[in-house]
Design a protein around this ligand. Structure first.
Ligand code: AR6
Length: 168
């Protein structure tokens, strides 16, 4: 299987026309700040209830829920828990790669062909953005999957530049 086509876009992940959104969650799957907060606001309170039913989610793992009030064609939210950056000696890189691998595996299980993914761990969790972008791109390209399109969503111009560099 060829790897998915990777596209970098600038904007809000909740506005992407894809089958599934990836959420940078925490282990409780109950919502939070950043992209997690935005997705929970857009999906409505059903999302936290669904999260509670399948929590906890370990660092490096991913679990899916429905998309509730998110606009079609989005039908699934794939929640992944990135590592907190502690300087890089604590398995952070491996854990981040595992997040992207597991998201593709879960997407395959759902039959999702297009995904929008945020820059997992690069906000509150403090993972250096350029290295995180390289890990995201390398992992998405090297993991066998039926997903055909991955939209890497940057929320601001610096994130867009870093992701564009990693893709090129
Ligand atoms: N669309 C796309 N990207 C966004 C959006 C959005 N609407 N909002 C923020 N980002 P973060 P983390 C970017 O902090 O580092 C939460 O509280 C943001 O600019 O959302 O994995 C969870 O509950 C950054 O580039 O996630 C966890 O406790 C990227 O998304 C914790 O934060 C990730 O930043 C997870 O921390």
């Amino acid at each position: 299987m060829a790897g998915p086509r990777l596209t970098v876009v600038l904007g809000d992940i909740t506005r992407q026309d894809v089958d599934a959104l990836v959420n940078a969650a925490n282990s409780s799957l109950q919502g939070g700040g950043g992209v997690d907060g935005a997705i929970h606001r857009a999906a409505g309170p059903e999302l936290a209830r669904a999260g509670r039913d399948i929590a906890p989610c370990r660092t490096g793992d991913a679990k899916a829920t429905g998309a509730y009030r998110l606009d079609p064609p989005v039908r699934h939210v794939i929640h992944t828990v990135g590592p907190v950056w502690h300087g890089g000696g604590d398995g952070e890189r491996e854990a981040l790669a595992s997040c992207y691998r597991r998201c593709l595996e879960v997407a395959d299980g759902l039959g999702a062909r297009s995904l929008a993914v945020p820059a997992v761990s690069t906000g509150v969790y403090g993972f250096p953005a350029a290295e995180a972008a390289r890990i995201a791109v390398d992992t998405l390209r090297s993991t066998p999957t039926s997903v055909t399109d991955v939209r890497l969503v940057a929320f601001d111009q610096p994130a867009y530049d870093v992701l564009s560099d990693a893709v090129s």
